[in-house]
Design a protein around this ligand. Structure first.
Ligand code: WT7
Length: 645
């Protein structure tokens, strides 16, 4: 399975050399506090921390603190401290949806825009600790909004622009946000996303009573109706000063909430705090990309996800990097776009997701036409396991067979990269995330929690804390403990499975819980099921993932119609658009099977294992079905399975 890879990397004096990794890794574990306090020195503190980690993962008392006596402000670390020498250097290169639009924003401009927006928020009554929802397209103002919150100590909660009004309302209400920052509309390829209209729908009928104002940017020149809570951003910003004193924040003050899907219930408000998060974001960005001053770096994610938070905004800007922000999609106007953007801005480092790579790969060599991509020296992958075929294509076509690839495994909850190669220090293995980052102590355990040794496969846990770790779930610490620390008490459970090879390298095999990874987007089966059963024609639903060539996982939906319903193609189509509208287009069912029943145990539990096998066209190994209340249902399900040709 391991195809040979040309290991020749571009000649470069890498910060961390092969012989250094093991030694540094060992000492990062042995003297963990010393290691991280040293990394903390790369930031600018108003009061330097003297404490490293405090707390523990003990059941009933999960408590995580880093650098607790330190005081700092994230926005001054990302902006002001670079002004001294580099005020006119480019902080953000914005590439528009349309290939003829771009913008360079210097650190000075970034400072002024962020301060103005921070002052505008203050004018709207926002105070330290208030929550602000950000529902924006991929325009620089999205980054300004995040940094403006950080400047005044408000806690942002970015909501991905692809989410529907219901999803917005849920998130706003869970954290009781005071203000929503949005725009008239967003563009993605040929599509326009009606952001302001979605916010209006979310707030209609007083559904979000905590909201006092909606700040509306004009991104595409739409003439949107403005109601009583709406504030035109351009108007208020014109009255705001470009100086704003940064709020001194304790290291453990909240920086942001980001909602992510779990295997049960509503999305979870993952909370990240100030000091530890920024230290971790900066340290991983610098080491994993071997970032050197002056280099142009592009993370092609959306700020609506953790990747955008840590590796478009906070990590790179803390390191004074030039970070590229792309409004559009990699296939618009066609598959050559990524290469063209790389050439246009002389990009050195490209970080993207396997699903994007596979979408380009579907057109063969075409993606490499019309660009040389000679400026590239490093490629990164994130979000899901990268299949070796996609890895090789990425390496050869995008990277001209000369750039190392870092396959970075991490999660919303981990804040930053956890298991990843370091270019120049780690041998490349297509499909393997390889080694733990400094200070990270992974272990593979069996279902009983017994540690597995050597080359093996098991459930991936992390044994000790790291600065970027989520501290809690907003308003629900009990769920935090329950979700992450109760399965293997005393350890953080990732929800992922992994294999470890003879060299000790890790290969992430995917989720072992009921969380799906569709095109790198994380979705809970429970969320999709609850959207489905809210449709009047659906009595019951079960959702599983199945292997999908481009998306990684596709969404396979089993639905039981309400008695007396006539199942038609129109109804199926209507159900698909229902889910898109209720939840999000990213949750759109790929395959839908109407069924009179589901395989359940006598106690009423759905046996998803069987549903997953049927969805994957794998009927040979269904396992024991004798404990089912109605074993006959399995034959019916197989008979009516969706034929995928
Ligand atoms: C889940 C986390 C990491 C930021 C974006 C996604 C999967 C992530 C990899 C990788 C294999 C990966 C895991 C993880 N995942 N990166 N390099 N190789 N799997 O963050 O939405 O919180 O999803 O994405 O299953 O648990 P997220």
């Amino acid at each position: 399975m391991n195809m040979p890879v040309d290991q020749q990397a571009i000649e470069r004096d890498y910060q961390i050399k092969q012989q250094d990794y093991l030694e540094l890794y060992q000492s990062s574990l042995e003297e963990n506090d010393v290691f991280w306090l040293e990394k903390a020195k790369t930031l600018e503190w108003m009061k330097a921390p003297t404490q490293g980690f405090e707390g523990g993962f003990e059941p009933g008392n999960v408590n995580i603190k880093w650098f607790a006596d330190g005081v700092l402000n994230v926005s001054t670390n990302c902006i002001d401290r670079h002004l001294v020498q580099r005020a006119s250097d480019t902080a953000i290169i914005w590439e528009g949806d349309s290939a003829d639009e771009d913008k360079h924003i210097s650190f000075q401009e970034l400072h002024d825009e962020v301060c103005k927006l921070a002052n505008a928020l203050k004018k709207l009554g926002v105070e330290k600790g208030d929550r602000i929802a950000i529902y924006m397209p991929m325009i620089p103002e999205a980054a300004y909004a995040m940094l403006a919150c950080a400047r005044i100590g408000a806690v942002h909660s970015v909501i991905f622009g692809g989410f529907s009004p219901n999803a917005i309302a849920d998130r706003v209400n869970d954290c009781q946000a005071k203000v929503v920052i949005t725009a008239d509309a967003g563009r993605r390829g040929t599509k326009s996303v009606p952001l302001k209209a979605n916010v209006d729908a979310a707030l209609s009928n007083n559904a979000c009573p905590s909201i006092t104002h909606v700040l509306v940017f004009n991104a595409v020149g739409l003439d949107v109706p403005m109601g009583s809570v709406d504030v035109d951003a351009a108007t208020i910003l014109a009255e705001c000063d470009s100086h704003c004193e940064p709020e001194p924040m304790a290291a453990e003050d909240p920086l942001f909430i980001l909602y992510t899907s779990g295997s049960t219930g509503k999305p979870k408000g993952v909370l990240h705090t100030t000091g530890g998060y920024l230290v971790y974001a900066a340290a991983t960005h610098k080491a994993v990309f071997d970032y050197q001053p002056g280099e142009i770096y592009w993370c092609a994610a959306d700020v609506g996800w953790i990747t955008g938070h840590t590796y478009i905004v906070y990590g790179p800007l803390a390191n004074g990097a030039t970070t590229v922000m792309f409004e559009g999609v990699p296939t618009y106007p066609d598959e050559r776009r990524i290469g063209q953007i790389v050439d246009k801005h002389n990009i050195n480092i490209l970080y993207t997701a396997p699903t994007a790579i596979r979408a380009l790969m579907a057109k063969g060599e075409f993606a490499g036409e019309g660009s040389s991509r000679e400026s590239l020296r490093l490629l990164g992958s994130v979000g899901e396991p990268i299949n070796p075929e996609a890895w090789h294509w990425y390496h050869r076509v995008i990277g001209n067979s000369r750039c190392p690839i870092v396959d970075t495994w991490w999660q919303t909850e981990t804040g930053g990269m956890m298991i990843t190669p370091l270019p120049g220090a780690t041998e490349m293995k297509p499909g393997s995330a390889t080694n733990p980052f400094f200070g990270i102590e992974p272990e593979l355990v069996d279902n009983e929690g017994k540690a597995l040794e050597g080359a093996t496969e098991g459930n991936l846990i992390i044994k000790r804390s790291w600065p970027g770790q989520a501290r809690t779930l907003w308003g629900d610490h009990e769920r935090f403990e329950q979700t992450y620390f109760s399965t293997y008490p005393g350890n953080y459970f990732t929800g992922d499975g992994a294999r470890r090879d003879e060299d000790g390298h890790y290969w992430i095999t995917g989720r072992v819980d009921d969380v799906l990874n569709v095109s790198g987007h994380r979705l809970g089966t429970a969320e999709i099921e609850s959207a489905l059963v809210s449709h009047p024609a659906i009595a019951e639903a079960a959702v599983v993932g199945y292997p999908h060539d481009i998306k990684g996982q596709g969404i396979y939906v089993y639905v039981i119609p309400v008695a007396g319903t006539e199942v038609t193609d129109e109804l199926s189509k209507e159900v698909v658009s229902w889910v898109r509208k209720e939840l999000s287009p990213i949750a759109s069912p790929d395959l839908m099977q109407w069924t009179p029943g589901l395989p359940k145990t006598r106690s009423g539990k759905i046996m998803r294992r069987i549903l997953r096998k049927i969805a994957a066209d794998d009927f040979a190994s269904l396992g024991d079905t004798s404990t089912l209340a109605d074993p006959g249902i399995v034959d019916t399900l197989i008979e009516n399975r969706m034929n995928r040709g």
